[in-house]
Design a protein around this ligand. Structure first.
Ligand code: NAP
Length: 211
């Protein structure tokens, strides 16, 4: 049985759409209510322990909780020190939905990410103050904000470094400094935007102007 089953994106593609970059013909009409009913059914059938969503804006969360019999337990979204998701977190908290932070280091090395989060001079200097690495501070920040933090590494040394972030305690001045840093979203996902077949004509539509 799966622990957690997520709707990965608020997008519906045809069953035959297998490419990472969908073409115009791959899009089907999005019907969130029916999709969520299917998620609730999988829970009822005992196929998973929990159901949730990913990449949902606060507006989409509000739409979903309006008709859901079982609300999502989690919304997995991009969140790090430079994309802090303040509004979304408030809405999720109101509905008892955990926010799970993906790309907590800003996804360095991934085609959509960069080193901007790890290399930010202010963030690096706060990390140094704690004798921690920038990555450890990044993870400790997400945890201090009450989020689940899902970092990825294939390197054993960095895995240990990342786990050690659990020992790091931040102070209010660290959190305040982070709040003043200019925001930058890494994953915009233009691939789900098109004029003809996608429900989203612009990137702003996809994220309900929360970008
Ligand atoms: N729901 C969604 O749409 C969605 C989207 C994106 C990602 N995710 C999930 O989120 C998780 C993590 O996200 P992500 O991979 O995008 O971003 P991330 O965890 O921010 O970044 C991963 C990158 O950081 C490097 N790294 C890890 N620890 C490090 C450290 N201590 N110092 C320096 N570099 C370090 C890794 O390289 P090494 O392996 O060489 O250490 C890897 O290249 C994954 O499980 C992924 O599946 C979900």
């Amino acid at each position: 049985m799966a622990d957690l089953y997520l709707v990965h994106w608020p997008v519906k593609l045809n069953p035959g759409a297998v490419n990472l970059l969908p073409s115009e013909g791959d899009f089907d009409e999005l019907d969130l209510e029916t999709t969520w009913f299917g998620m609730e059914k999988s829970l009822e059938m005992g196929l998973c322990r929990c159901i949730g969503v990913s990449n949902f804006s606060s507006k989409k969360i509000q739409q979903l909780v309006h008709f859901a019999s079982v609300p999502p337990v989690v919304n997995q979204v991009e969140m790090h020190r430079m994309w802090r998701q303040r509004k979304l977190r408030e809405v999720c908290q109101k509905h008892d939905i955990h926010v799970s932070a993906y790309s907590p280091l800003g996804a360095p090395g991934n085609f959509w990410g960069s080193n901007a989060v790890l290399d930010h001079p202010t963030l690096k200097s706060i990390a140094r103050k704690h004798n921690a690495t920038s990555a450890q501070f990044a993870l400790a920040w997400g945890l201090a904000e009450g989020s689940i933090v899902i970092v990825k590494s294939f390197d054993q040394r960095r895995m240990k470094e990342n786990i050690a972030a659990l020992q790091l305690t931040l102070d209010d001045s660290d959190i305040l400094k982070v709040q003043n840093i200019e925001e930058q979203k890494m994953m915009r996902e233009e691939v789900f935007v098109n004029e003809k077949t996608s429900p989203y004509k612009t990137v702003q539509d996809l994220w309900n102007d929360e970008i």
